[in-house]
Design a protein. Structure first.
Length: 95
């Protein structure tokens, strides 16, 4: 399990296949930083992150946004953690 749920936004990559407790470690990050644009009320670019099936399917621009068990291959993680990514999320504020 990850000790620091904010590790994704600070650029730390869990090992491929590492156990991650989505409800405890990932969902709070998405709720606090992503749901206003990609949640139940609004889905910019067709990306919805509050429903597992929709989050795994991805949005209109990049297809699958999450590669389960492979953080480095997940576009969503790259958009948040990689300052060189072609799309930066969140677009404003602390990343």
């Amino acid at each position: 399990m990850l000790e620091n749920p904010h590790c994704f936004v600070e650029g730390w990559w869990p090992a491929d296949g590492a156990d991650v407790d989505f409800v405890r470690e990932v969902r709070p990050i998405l709720r606090n930083h992503c749901y206003s644009c990609h949640g139940p009320k609004q889905q910019r670019s067709g990306l919805r992150l509050d429903v597992k099936a929709a989050a795994l399917a991805g949005g209109e621009l990049y297809g699958a946004s999450i590669a389960p068990g492979k953080a480095k291959d997940s576009p969503l993680v790259q958009f948040v953690a990689d300052e060189e990514a072609d799309l930066q999320m969140p677009p404003e504020g602390k990343r």
